[in-house]
Design a protein around this ligand. Structure first.
Ligand SMILES: *Cc1c(COP(=O)(O)O)cnc(C)c1O
Length: 463
């Protein structure tokens, strides 16, 4: 494509994205296609001859948009948010334009140094231990694709530490609460752990540290080797908060690697009044949260820190001759290829820097507090109505409730509300099998009137 055409189509596509974001609210939240429709609407074989770019773009409206589930819709209350912002989208555009591979400092110094810097900023913004700053501390942060990758990486480092200390891999055990995200079990399995224990939770769905301590002791008595524990700050089901300090006590007593999965709720730590929820975080070995969930930064962007970067690097560093670069041998330069599984890496930190600088900490705090205020307002309305019962506290932007008439009524309510196309909710199940509704408030464009509209639907459809 000649660059003059790129300029023209580029302007046209920025307009297209802006129009999309300005009007997404008027679309039904869910995709309107049947399975196979999208594929059938596009060429069956890759074209031999070049198509005009106009023809390619025409399919955006004709085929792609009907097949989109609108995560950026302000009526998106399902799962967790995957929110975004114009600043983030522009950062993504520049990153694609530069097209660098940032695996070594020398393969694009700015990609590495901006990432070092924004992860150090986040340490301060989220009240994390200053020793995790890469510029001064023994720790350091890296951007990964997903929280699943971060957890998997933590598991691999924990495994290596135990194996180097002489443990047999088949005897290593990983622990998390029964409410931990499925990526913990998956990461542990991929890392080669044969024993993964789901620890029972208390009445607010948080890990019970006494049950953990007993499980660890029992495994040791049985000749197994407790190796890693994952605390969740904000579980996916109900945003329960595991007691990080108590879990750290068990982990430290037994030399167990302690990873904190704060994928969703980590963003909320930008509000000092919520930081008591991560009390004890200075005692853990690694921590991850996803700016791509609630920090206005489009997927993919997961921030991962370790308290001691040497353990991470010594686990993941391999040095083929074609990667031996003079600059990288120095202590000053960070080579991020040694901080995660992939070699090649995108310039992900640019979009995060665009967001952090243009919102400012105050801006992000404002929006996060607003989402939490909206969620609490909804939870008060639900609590005040005899047809509904809350099933979990509301520490962040997630409201969990059920219909008092039982599971069938709860499922019917979710189906009826979603069928309107104006909002989208997800149902889930408590540990005892009770069905409940999750309402997650966190989309960039979600304001009071969207939550009011949701309440009106719940009120009129609950029977
Ligand atoms: C969403 C979520 C994950 C998975 O995040 P990915 O970035 O999609 O891998 C992990 N843990 C928790 C607690 C989550 O809420």
């Amino acid at each position: 494509m000649p660059l003059d055409d790129f300029r023209r189509y580029g302007h046209q596509l920025v307009d297209w994205v802006a129009d999309y974001l300005a009007t997404v609210e008027r679309r039904p939240v869910l995709a309107t296609v049947a399975p196979g429709d999208v594929r059938a609407g596009l060429p069956a074989r890759a074209p031999d001859r070049p198509e005009s770019f106009e023809a390619v773009l025409a399919d955006l409206d004709r085929v792609i948009l009907p097949g989109i589930t609108h995560w950026q819709h302000p009526g998106w209350f399902a799962y967790f948010p995957a929110n975004s912002s114009p600043e983030s989208i522009l950062g993504e555009l520049v990153s694609a334009g530069l097209g660098v591979q940032g695996m070594l400092w020398s393969t694009s110094p700015a990609a590495t140094e901006v990432e070092n810097l924004v992860l150090d900023w986040l340490v301060d913004l989220l009240g994390l231990p200053s020793s995790w700053r890469i510029d001064t501390g023994p720790g350091g942060g890296v951007l990964q694709m997903s929280a699943s990758d971060s957890t998997h990486t933590a598991m691999v480092v924990a495994r290596e530490r135990a194996v180097r200390a002489g443990a047999e891999i088949g005897r290593l055990v990983v622990y998390s609460s029964s409410q931990a995200h499925s990526s913990v079990e998956k990461g542990a399995r991929v890392a080669g752990f044969g024993h993964v224990r789901a620890i029972a939770v208390d009445e607010v769905h948080a890990m019970d540290p006494l049950v953990l301590a007993h499980a660890v002791q029992r495994d040791r008595d049985d000749g197994l080797v407790p190796c890693a524990v994952v605390s969740t700050m904000g579980t996916t089901g109900t945003t329960a908060v595991d007691p990080v300090r108590s879990v750290a006590g068990v982990a430290q007593a037994h030399g167990i690697w302690h990873h904190v999965d704060a994928a969703y709720a980590g963003t909320a730590m930008i509000c000092p009044e919520l930081r008591h929820l991560q009390d004890g975080v200075e005692l853990v070995d690694s921590y991850a949260f996803n700016p791509h969930k609630w920090m206005f930064t489009n997927f993919d962007c997961s921030a991962f820190w370790v308290a001691d970067r040497r353990e991470l690097i010594s686990t993941l560093s391999v040095l083929p001759p074609y990667l031996r670069e003079a600059a990288s041998q120095s202590d000053v330069a960070v080579d991020y290829r040694d901080w995660h599984v992939p070699l090649g890496r995108r310039f992900r930190s640019l979009k995060l820097m665009f967001v952090l600088r243009s919102y400012g900490a105050e801006g992000i705090r404002h929006h996060v507090r607003e989402h939490i205020r909206l969620a609490r307002g909804l939870s008060e309305r639900l609590a005040g109505d005899p047809r509904f019962a809350l099933v979990a506290p509301v520490p962040f932007g997630l409201v969990c409730f059920r219909h008092v008439d039982g599971d069938d009524a709860t499922r019917a309510l979710v189906a009826a509300v979603n069928a309107t196309g104006r909002v989208h909710l997800t149902a889930s199940e408590l540990p005892d099998g009770t069905t409940f509704v999750r309402v997650s408030v966190g989309q960039t464009g979600t304001v009071q009137r969207h939550v009011d509209a949701l309440w009106a639907l719940l009120d009129s459809l609950a029977g």
